[in-house]
Design a protein around this ligand. Sequence first.
Ligand code: PGA
Ligand code: MG
Length: 225
Amino acid sequence: MMRELFSGDMPQLVLFDLDGTLVDSVPDLAQAVDKMLCALDRPVAGLEKVRTWVGNGAAMLVKRALADDLYPSGEEDDQYRRAYNLFLDFYAQATADQSELYPGVRECLESLAVSGVRLGLVTNKPMRFTRSMLEGLQLDSYFGVVFGGDSFPEKKPHPRPLQEAMVACGVEPDVTLMVGDSVSDVRAARAAGCPVVCVPYGYNHGSPISESQPDLIVETLDQMI
Ligand SMILES: O=C(O)COP(=O)(O)O
Ligand SMILES: [Mg+2]
């Protein structure tokens, strides 16, 4: 299906988002958030709320959990710093324990790799957790380039991490495809000048991904190939 976006050819580079696209990571994230809230004597948030808060990096997730709101104030006071460090410690203890690949993911990566398409990973998750999650789920061998939310000063929806991945691979935007689950992936791809395919099952802050008008929506990633 994705060939339609490249005049019948394969793209040279496919950049994948991680959370909500390749991996259902919310169970481990929600557990770390709830342990953090417990340690601060606050009511726990639970899986469904955390699902709507994931996608803009660890710092934003902690701010949303403290405010119990998708749109928290940006304040980074002592309470926030304590909460952030607690979250990092709890999430480091269990990053990929309950996290699972979505159906069709391994088939998609395998088929693209066999076809000679280069693969990259561009996530807003901090690098240390990205690395341990890729290793825990035995995905690390697929990706020639991996950038996290702390690899550059800007993260998605800014195009910078996508652009850096293209430069690292020596590939132009018009032969690169972004694959994601959220409005941040669509915006970053648009700003970087590459087409974008989305999955509808991920974390898009409670809104249908069709509202963000990606070039293509596939129910599972194996439908992309
Ligand atoms: O917000 C995060 O930590 C990760 O989000 P992403 O993998 O969907 O970019
Ligand atoms: Mg995502």
